[in-house]
Design a protein around this ligand. Structure first.
Ligand code: ADP
Ligand code: GN1
Ligand code: MG
Length: 357
């Protein structure tokens, strides 16, 4: 059992503590007590998050804000304070830990099982963003500076490619050429942000389907989880990352690229849920949603490729070339989005309610 758990006052004594979930970043455990109460214990990845306390303060502020506006207690994550009342516990090795109440009677999907599941994830992220419209975004720490700054991601890529510390560049020639040929298009969204053309919102920034909880019985949206990257950002980031992951027809690390494409019906479903549950979106924000999908997918592939070239230090890998496989699926998706671009833009217009169109 992870020792850290004994530093949190729980309902009952912990009787089991097992690795849990499919996250790439934190070390997640499911803890069960002798009273049958369940918790999520997480070792926070300090390499990824340089300011763990700042991050936890963000999460405490945002969950508190959302919690006051939600009637269902499962409508937000709840931090379980450590024995000294702090929002986290740091062990003698400097590893920080946090505990959340387990979101009970819920499901967390790795892939949409139906259009309706995906619709509900759009509702969860749209509602989250809409609810935080009045949250003072400037009080939040930037937990990972430049997280969705694609030109900055390109700079890192160029540096890593130049160094080629593992001699892997020859193994990824095609993928390298792919990202190089799209560098300009990849920077467009950031340039719009820099020019102040889009409102800055509190965004989630990591809107994978497996960061949403649905009610196990009704399969309706409950809450969004994995709030580590909640920061000021653009609506297009949250929309885009959802499409990248959830409208894809195959897993992020599928080896058979023929299986990977973007499903336009799933795309439409998400657009509908997101636009309806986030009425505060401006016309300009709605227009940039397809660009968000393209940019987030390209950027994520670029990050996987960079990590592959750099020796797999960032994303947890479960086989050699895991990051290269992941990069390939993302680039296949980008190609597919390029082919479906006109449809993607048309669907946004079609799904915009008349009074906003
Ligand atoms: P990572 O940053 O590594 O992705 P997450 O916070 O997303 O970590 O947690 C990993 C997985 O653990 C989630 O995909 C979800 O299945 C599960 N999980 C996390 N928090 C909770 C919670 N409070 N209740 C139930 N399941 C959770
Ligand atoms: C990571 O934490 P997790 O597994 O939900 C990553 C995202 C990537 C995603 C790709 C903090 O998300 O940015 O899009 O992997 N999170 C961080 O699967 O870097
Ligand atoms: Mg996660």
């Amino acid at each position: 059992m992870e020792n850290a758990i004994f530093h949190f006052p729980l309902a009952g004594k912990p009787v089991s503590c097992e690795k849990y979930g499919f996250g790439h970043i934190n070390y997640t455990f499911l803890v069960v007590t002798d009273q049958g109460k369940r918790y999520i214990l997480q070792g926070i990845n300090g390499n990824v998050f340089p300011n763990v306390r700042g991050m936890m303060e963000n999460i405490a502020a945002v969950t508190d804000f959302v919690g006051r506006r939600e009637s269902d207690p499962r409508g937000t994550l709840h931090i379980v304070p450590a024995e000294d009342g702090d929002i986290m516990y740091t062990d003698e090795k400097g590893q920080s830990w946090r505990v959340y109440d387990f979101v009970e009677d819920s499901i967390c999907l790795q892939a949409a099982e139906s259009q309706e599941d995906f619709y509900q994830s759009a509702v969860a992220f749209g509602r989250f963003q809409d609810m935080l419209t009045r949250f003072p975004a400037d009080t939040l720490y930037e937990t990972i500076p430049n997280f969705h700054n694609t030109p900055e991601r390109y700079k890192t890529f160029h540096r890593v490619l130049e160094a080629d510390v593992c001699g892997r560049a020859v193994l990824a020639r095609e993928e390298i050429d792919f990202v190089l040929s799209r560098e300009q298009a990849g920077g467009e969204l950031q340039h719009m942000r820099d020019r102040g053309e889009l409102p800055l919102r509190v965004t989630h920034n990591d809107t994978k389907l497996n960061n949403v909880m649905l009610d196990a019985k009704t399969r309706k949206a409950l809450c969004v989880i994995d709030l580590d990257t909640v920061m000021p950002g653009l609506a297009a980031y949250d929309f885009g990352d959802s499409i990248r992951f959830g409208a894809a027809t195959a897993a992020e690390d599928e080896k058979d690229l023929d299986k990977m494409s973007m499903d336009l019906e799933l795309y439409r479903t998400f657009v509908r849920g997101f636009i309806r549950s986030c009425p505060s979106l401006t016309e300009k924000e709605r227009e940039t949603l397809p660009l968000g999908a393209m940019t987030m997918t390209l950027e994520c592939g670029l990050r996987f490729l960079t990590d592959y070239l750099d020796g797999d230090h960032y994303f947890a890998i479960h086989r050699p070339e895991h990051n290269l496989d992941r990069a390939r699926t993302q680039f296949k998706l980008v190609r597919d989005m390029e082919a479906k671009w006109e449809d993607m833009c048309r669907i946004i217009r079609e799904e915009t309610p008349e009074d906003k169109g």
